[in-house]
Design a protein around this ligand. Structure first.
Ligand code: CA
Length: 378
């Protein structure tokens, strides 16, 4: 089998209702989908997380090397592409481009061997993945606690056993939102918070101390990703576990985080940190360091499917026992027109769990028509 073409599809969709996190407003969602075709008629799908048009340029550049190559040689191709751009791209957009390609190559290999990716990666540890609801973003309305509590109750009613709230809007404002949501959902639902690195260690610790009593599952990106000492300061000051990693890349980047134990949870994004190949290695490294692996997911059904395949083979967060703590899938509940339309059978949790697809590769079918319907202007 030989690769005949590597395509990059840049998609965008306006949102009916803009929403904000600590650093900006979203009025549209963009996606970058990778399609790799072969001389045997098989097609592999991948996705990049990052600036879509730049990711597309990277994929086209990297893709020129892939034409004529055997997609089964995943390790060889990953290292070859990484080495070609090592001098300029150890982190950031080059690795994001490589991630989308790697996922598409895994999809192709699964289709070639007629097996889902999780069977090629060691076999399923679990066939259902516990999902937590990502949402609770800010909207352009005066009283935030009202709609935040409504949404939190909706997630609980759908069966989610945990959810994540955006913070980073100022400590007093955050405390108000955390208290309101915790009181609304009750003590039995997991609640995590995410500041998207809007704070420094001083402010993150101020916030953390005021909300420790609300049983916070983790405090995500309290400080900028490159500030490892800041993570350590927050981690040592609070009883709340610290999570980070959606802005980190490859096993090399995560090595420093793990060696310094700067977080209790690491969150590589499969579509950015190096793909399925690299994130499997990062998950195994986390296991060796006794740090929990909780991949970041912020994309279409392709990104979700890739994370589900990896979480199927990932170790439990706690050592084998009668009641292990399972790893969780980040499930974005915000509006995303492309995600809703892209897969013939969208991946959706039922009673808080996603069933791992058993079809070959990623186990998904892409609606090709969506690639033209949402195509972004060049
Ligand atoms: Ca996040």
């Amino acid at each position: 089998m030989k690769i005949t073409d590597v395509r990059a599809h840049v998609l965008e969709a306006q949102l009916a209702q803009p929403f904000a996190y600590s650093r900006m407003w979203y009025a549209k969602r963009m996606s970058m989908i990778v399609e790799i075709t072969t001389d045997e008629g098989l097609v592999g799908w991948g996705e990049c997380y990052g600036p879509a048009r730049i990711n597309a340029a990277v994929v086209k550049e990297l893709g020129s090397f892939l034409i004529g190559q055997d997609p089964v040689r995943g390790e060889f191709l990953w290292h070859e592409l990484y080495a070609r751009y090592r001098d300029h791209g150890q982190k950031g957009v080059v690795i994001q481009g490589l991630s989308g390609i790697d996922i598409a190559l895994w999809d192709l290999r699964g289709k070639y061997f007629g097996q889902p990716i999780h069977r090629l990666m060691g076999g399923p540890v679990r066939d259902k993945i516990k999902a937590y609801a990502t949402g609770l973003y800010r909207r352009d309305r005066p009283d935030h606690t009202v709609y935040l509590c409504e949404e939190a109750l909706e997630s609980r009613a759908l069966g989610f056993q945990a959810m994540k709230l955006k913070v980073g809007f100022g400590v007093d404002d955050d405390v108000k939102a955390v208290r309101a949501v915790r009181e609304a959902i009750g003590p039995d639902i997991g609640l995590m918070i995410d500041a998207n690195h809007a704070y420094d260690a001083v402010e993150a610790i101020r916030l953390g101390r005021r909300i420790e009593k609300y049983d916070i599952g983790w405090f995500e990106e309290p400080v900028p990703p490159e500030d490892l000492d800041g993570h350590l300061a927050v981690k040592s000051a609070l009883s709340i576990p610290i999570a980070t990693g959606e802005c980190e890349f490859t096993r090399i980047g995560f090595r420093s985080l793990l060696e310094r134990r700067a977080a209790d949870y690491i969150q590589p994004d499969l579509c950015a940190a190096g793909g399925l190949s690299e994130c499997k290695k990062i998950a195994d490294m986390a296991l060796a360091f006794g740090v929990r692996f909780a991949p970041h997911v912020w994309g279409t059904g392709i990104a979700v499917a890739a994370a589900v395949q990896l979480l199927s083979v990932a170790a439990d967060w706690t050592p084998p026992s009668l009641n292990p703590v399972e790893p969780m899938l980040e499930f974005d509940r915000t509006e995303h027109p492309v995600r809703s339309a892209l897969l013939a059978a969208p991946i959706a949790p039922v009673n808080g769990y996603v069933t791992v697809p058993t079809g070959p590769g990623l186990g998904i079918e892409v609606n090709r028509e969506v690639l033209t319907r949402f195509r972004a202007d060049a």
